[in-house]
Design a protein around this ligand. Structure first.
Ligand code: OXD
Ligand code: MN
Length: 585
């Protein structure tokens, strides 16, 4: 496949360790991929779904102990512990290589090793970064073909260079006790062993496009962020782009593909999706910040995806999709998950492959069950999706799942204040990672599990970028999840979130005033358009309320959080913290 000496030497070394029976290079051709699909169906690794209803779609089940990212077993192995920081797990690289070498040795005996050359973002573009993933899993190959740009042209683009991320994955025994997702940022290397769950094994995604890329971005002057990218087109045909960071399973995919409420549709507004999970951001020649989505598909959470919450995502999954850990509808060989509709199949297998009685009260799909679907199949995919230059960013939005404290939306006073707002983000945990669900934890910029170096240095990089961007985006915070005393969500969410985005754009265009509060600018209630909603202006006032007592408690937690990060939290953020405290007095 390649005469590149660096690639050949590395693949030889990995093969000598893992000892596969043979090595197959993935060229990305439909012929080769189709043969792999057939092989996976033959072994039971994938189930072919109804070709008429779901053409080219498959179902896969992971092992029952392997259904989410394992943050506790995810490591950043820089030479010094300080460079990995206090939030990341760390081990000395030599020690970790030795430990993992034992686990990888002979792990592919009797198996095939697939070598997948892939690009994050368009091959040859200024944003593009290349990787090769070696894996013993056809499921990984077939997902990578959807999620990244795979093929021989990546090898061509690499020429005889060595600028690629070396990824090694083996399912091995899927042993939970020996599951490790390990990054060696200083060696451009990722090793993942004993898992088959997407977030742990599709190495282009969280491992490369966030953890390794954030490390590269800091050194090279750009940013890798856990952000969706969407464009709002006005009736004149002008499109403004917004990026937004929310923790895992907090609705990034839904927001990225939202359908405008009727009042905006009638006026001719449209929303275009550029990406739903990851944004790489660089300063453009025009002095603005430009974003690309380095991925090629969506690895979305299935439960809760339906005709109301996200019709575009649903449409995207109707062909060429791999479903993981959802219900197998045996009536018509399709799939189902909680929240899809009110008609669970009567004859069905649950995500574990067991006979499932929808009346039993037990969930049929795993809460973190997923669809892997091609971006190009999304009805609202942006025409700029493949633009190698990316799109210019007007606003950056942070958000979390908070029942009380955070108002529906507020704007930061400056770039540094915006970085502060992002750095103290907190959210209730979800099923996307193993561990307790619903516990509030700090998740700075929604990057807590994904920063490939020290968190204080990461904040400093944000501050430094602000100094370098001549015309930076404005920074906002949103919270769709405020609840009433009975625990019901107050804000309708989904497509109606566009009403908030419209205020954000109006602020960016200096078209609307705001009210100054201790935490930043909130809208005047009448400036959130509620036409056609079953909500009155007093409810909006309540949603925008900034409760000083709650925020004083919140501020106390910030001090502890910053101290837990260590002494690299930049002075600019401590200054913002002092301003917040003073404002709350
Ligand atoms: C994801 C996640 O899969 O954040 O995108 O866990
Ligand atoms: Mn994510």
């Amino acid at each position: 496949m390649t005469p590149n000496k660096h690639i050949l030497k590395w693949v030889d070394e990995m093969a000598a360790m893992t000892q596969p029976d043979r090595i197959v290079w993935i060229d990305g051709s439909e012929e080769q991929i189709d043969a792999l699909r057939r092989e996976a169906v033959g072994t039971g690794e994938m189930i072919k779904l109804n070709e008429n209803l779901l053409p080219n779609c498959y179902l896969h089940r992971t092992a029952v102990n392997d259904v989410a990212r394992v943050e506790g077993r995810t490591y950043i192995c820089t030479k010094t512990k300080e460079d990995a920081g206090t939030i990341n797990n760390w081990m000395d690289p030599a020690e970790m290589y030795a430990k993992l070498t034992k686990l990888f040795t002979g792990s592919m005996k009797g198996k095939t090793m697939y070598a997948i050359p892939y690009s994050m973002s368009v091959v040859g573009s200024p944003f593009a970064k290349y990787g090769i993933e070696l894996t013993d899993s056809i499921y990984v190959v077939l997902n990578m073909v959807i999620m990244t740009r795979v093929g021989a042209n990546v090898i061509e683009a690499l020429g005889d260079g060595d600028d690629f991320i070396k990824g090694l994955h083996a399912k091995a025994q899927l042993d939970e006790e020996n599951r490790y997702i390990v990054h060696f940022p200083e060696d451009n290397t990722i090793w993942s062993v004993n898992s088959g769950y997407g977030g742990n094994v599709l190495l282009g995604k969280k491992c490369f496009a966030l953890r390794i890329a954030s490390f590269l971005g800091r050194n090279e002057g750009w940013m890798a962020e856990h952000m969706l990218i969407l464009g709002i087109e006005n009736p004149k045909g002008e499109i403004s782009y917004i990026t937004a960071a929310f923790p895992s399973a907090c609705g990034k995919t839904n927001l990225a593909m939202l359908i405008p409420p009727e009042i905006y549709q009638k006026q001719g507004y449209k929303v275009w999706c550029v990406g739903d999970d990851i944004a790489w951001l660089r300063i453009g020649e025009d002095g603005r910040l430009w974003a690309v989505n380095p991925e090629n598909g969506f690895f979305g959470v299935a439960p809760g995806t339906n005709q109301k919450s996200n019709p575009n995502a649903l449409a995207t999954t109707m062909r060429d999709t791999i479903f993981t850990n959802v219900v197998h509808n045996m009536e018509n060989n399709t799939v189902w998950w909680e929240g899809l509709d009110k008609n669970p199949p009567k004859s069905a297998l649950n995500w574990k492959g067991e006979i499932w009685d929808c009346e039993s009260g037990e969930k049929g799909a795993h809460p973190n069950s997923r669809f892997t679907a091609l971006a190009k199949n999304c009805p609202c995919i942006s025409s700029e999706f493949d633009n190698p230059k990316g799109v210019p960013v007007t606003a950056i939005v942070f958000g979390g799942r908070r029942a009380k404290t955070a108002p529906l939306v507020y704007q930061s006073r400056s770039w540094n204040h915006g970085v502060f707002v992002g750095s103290v983000m907190a959210s209730e945990t979800t099923a996307a990672a193993t561990g307790a669900v619903g516990v509030v934890r700090r998740d700075p910029m929604a990057m807590r599990p994904f920063v490939g170096y020290d968190m204080g240095d990461y904040f400093a990089h944000w501050i430094a970028m602000g100094k370098k961007i001549p015309n930076p985006p404005k920074i906002f915070n949103v919270n769709w999840f405020r609840t009433d005393d009975e625990g019901h969500f107050i804000w309708p969410g989904f497509g109606d979130n566009m009403r908030v985005l419209m205020w954000i754009l109006a602020r960016c265009n200096n078209e609307v005033d705001a009210v100054e509060t201790p935490i930043g600018y909130v809208p005047k209630a009448e400036d959130i358009n509620i036409e056609g909603l079953d909500i009155d202006i007093d409810t909006i006032k309540g949603l925008l309320d900034v409760d000083k007592a709650l925020w004083t408690e919140e501020a106390a937690g910030i001090d502890d959080f910053y101290k837990s990060i260590g002494d690299r939290v930049p002075k600019e953020l401590w200054d913002e913290y002092e301003i917040l405290k003073a404002n709350l007095k």
